[in-house]
Design a protein around this ligand. Structure first.
Ligand SMILES: [Zn+2]
Length: 98
C-alpha cells in the first residue's frame, strides 16, 4: 500500500525539487533506506548522497490524510525551505518498492 503518487508529489513539492529528486533517485543516490509501517501511518529513514551525506526523515501519522506528512532533511536547503530534492528522491525510492 502506498499513498504516495507522482500526482501527489507534484502538488506537494516544488517542480525543481521533483526534477532533481527524481534524477537523484535514478542515479542511485539513495544510499540507505528503511521504512516502517505503523498502524495508520508510515515512517521512513534514509541517507541520500548530495554534496554530503544527508539524513532524511519522512513520517505520515495517517495515510488517509496526506496533510499529516512530516519531512525533514539535514541539508541546508531544507532548513530554509522545509523541502528539498533529497526528500523527493527518497519518496521516489518508496514508490519504486510498491
Ligand atoms: Zn535535503
Amino acid at each position: 500500500m502506498s499513498i504516495v503518487t507522482e500526482k501527489w508529489l507534484s502538488h506537494e513539492f516544488e517542480y525543481s525539487n521533483i526534477v532533481r529528486g527524481r534524477a537523484y533517485f535514478k542515479s542511485g543516490r539513495v544510499i540507505t533506506y528503511n521504512e516502517e509501517w505503523l498502524p495508520n501511518g508510515l515512517s521512513i529513514q534514509s541517507i541520500v548522497k548530495g554534496t554530503k551525506l544527508y539524513k532524511v526523515n519522512i513520517h505520515f501519522d495517517d495515510l488517509n490524510d496526506l496533510d499529516s506528512g512530516f519531512y525533514h532533511c539535514s541539508c541546508p536547503q531544507c532548513e530554509e525551505w522545509f523541502e528539498c530534492k533529497h526528500i523527493v528522491a527518497v519518496l521516489y525510492h518508496h514508490m519504486s518498492l510498491q
